[in-house]
Design a binder for this molecule. Structure first.
Ligand SMILES: Cc1cc2nc3c(=O)[nH]c(=O)nc-3n(C[C@H](O)[C@H](O)[C@H](O)COP(=O)(O)O)c2cc1C
Length: 435
């Protein structure tokens, strides 16, 4: 396995940060999720700090127990368009679902973002899994996992064809002759798939990167296979080095089986950093956040992930034995089930401690300490075939993003693991070949 020369870093934003209770911290502006200045401020901090890209997640519904945590969410592409106007270099990755959008809309919106940002757009492809999302679109439940991935492949193929429906030099704009387009350089796609149809061509000219970067977070067999076929970037939840290495190897091998260069698919585990001047201060900050956790809400979320009602369980005892049959009943969170049960058993956590781990980073690697401590963990994963880059999921925005920039990035630079790359296109910065 070849270690890449340069680690890649994405700044991930879900709401006001990855900690469930971040909005309750004394410093937080709890209403910031609809404030454009909140988003542009974070984007500028991330850009100045050297991050390659900003990544916005998305769920198409107000979530369960929305009265006890922040789950409102504006459209990521609208936010990223505003961010594009006030940044110059940082990549802009937005989430959109293949289950509820037509490929023509998706291809058009992301090609537009690529133009508006001059070649910095990326699409995090999700299939959506939550019944609340389905109900917002008039159906009672999501189709099963296999059908969702069948549709995702069909939609993605149609979008790829639409992006390819224009050649680079199709616009002649010949004022004298009165010829705007060369009709031989654009063409219909006549996509006629099992789920979607589209004639094409797209009504947006070829974008600076040819198409946006494609990101995906496949964890199941079908999900990993999808990522191995289509994704430039794979996002993953890993909390332990050996398992992260297995995942990394598996993704590179799958890419090779699809006749792709394993170097053309980049693996990004998530890391939740709390960096401070001393370990004690970092731990105190985590304890402060955890102190704001609404136990009933996080317990309900854990029960959902584990397919088991834990509302009556003893919070100070270990996680009770779970019926393994439940592992397969909730197809969408099979992998999260394994990660969470693995953390609980390996670290011998009480149920309350497991709730804190879930609240602080949804099962992602939690890194609490000085800048050097956190950089050392990242180096260990990067040097040992577990990561090409990281999704940096600051628990409370903007403070923990800023501490990462101030305390961790300088150590990564000093150790020659990371440099700020100024090439104009996101693809170039990530070392991916041009299309
Ligand atoms: C870092 C990360 C970010 C994700 N962001 C979203 C998101 O914004 N919206 C969403 O519906 N799913 C999101 N997911 C879920 C994945 O798209 C995927 O469904 C999940 O990892 C389960 O894998 P599977 O689809 O192969 O079962 C995310 C997963 C990870 C690891």
């Amino acid at each position: 396995m070849i270690r890449r020369q340069r680690m890649s870093l994405n700044a991930v934003i879900f709401g006001l940060g990855s900690h469930e209770a971040g909005w309750r911290m004394p410093e937080s502006n709890a209403l910031a999720s609809t404030d454009p200045n909140y988003w542009t401020d974070i984007a500028q901090r991330a850009e100045h700090g050297g991050f390659d890209a900003l990544f916005l997640g998305d769920v198409l519904a107000l979530q369960q127990s929305a009265d006890r945590h922040l789950s409102d969410a504006m459209d990521p592409l609208v936010i990223l368009s505003a961010v594009a106007a006030v940044t110059e270099r940082i990549g802009l990755i937005g989430t959109a679902s293949t289950s509820f959008d037509h490929p023509f809309h998706l291809a058009r919106r992301f090609a537009s973002l690529d133009h508006i940002s001059k070649g910095r757009a990326g699409w995090n492809i999700v299939t959506s899994s939550n019944a609340l999302e389905a109900q917002n679109f008039g159906v009672d439940a999501m189709p099963d996992h296999a059908e969702r991935y069948g549709r995702a492949a069909d939609v993605t193929q149609a979008a790829l064809a639409l992006w390819s429906s224009w050649q680079q030099d199709a616009r002649l704009a010949d004022k004298k002759a009165g010829i705007y387009l060369d009709p031989t350089k654009i063409g219909s796609i006549d996509h006629n798939g099992p789920f979607v149809r589209s004639r094409g061509p797209l009504n947006v000219p070829r974008s600076p990167q040819g198409r946006p970067l494609l990101a995906q977070a496949g964890a199941s067999e079908a999900g990993r296979d999808f990522a191995a076929r289509y994704a430039d970037m794979v996002f993953t939840v890993q909390s332990n080095l050996e398992e992260a290495q297995d995942f990394y190897r598996d993704m590179k091998a799958r890419a090779a089986r699809h006749d792709r260069d394993p170097e053309s698919i980049l693996v990004y585990p998530g890391i939740v950093p709390i960096a401070a001047a001393t370990r004690k201060q970092a731990e105190e900050r985590l304890a402060q956040m955890n102190g704001f956790m609404v136990v009933e809400h996080v317990l309900a979320k854990l029960s959902e992930f584990l397919g088991t009602d834990l509302s009556q369980a003893d919070l100070d005892a270990p996680l009770p034995d779970l019926n393994p049959a439940n592992e397969t009943t909730n197809q969408s969170s099979q992998s999260r089930f394994d990660v969470l049960v693995g953390i609980a058993r390996r670290d011998k956590l009480s149920l309350r401690q497991l709730l804190m781990r879930l609240a602080s980073g949804r099962g992602h690697l939690l890194a609490v300490g000085t800048g050097t401590d956190i950089a050392a963990t990242m180096q260990e994963w990067f040097d040992n075939g577990a990561a090409d880059g990281f999704n940096v999921m600051a628990p409370v925005m903007p403070a923990d993003l800023q501490s990462f920039v101030d305390r961790v990035i300088p150590v990564l630079v000093e150790r020659q693991l990371f440099t700020v790359d100024h090439q104009p296109l996101l693809r170039q910065r990530l070392g991916l070949s041009m299309l």
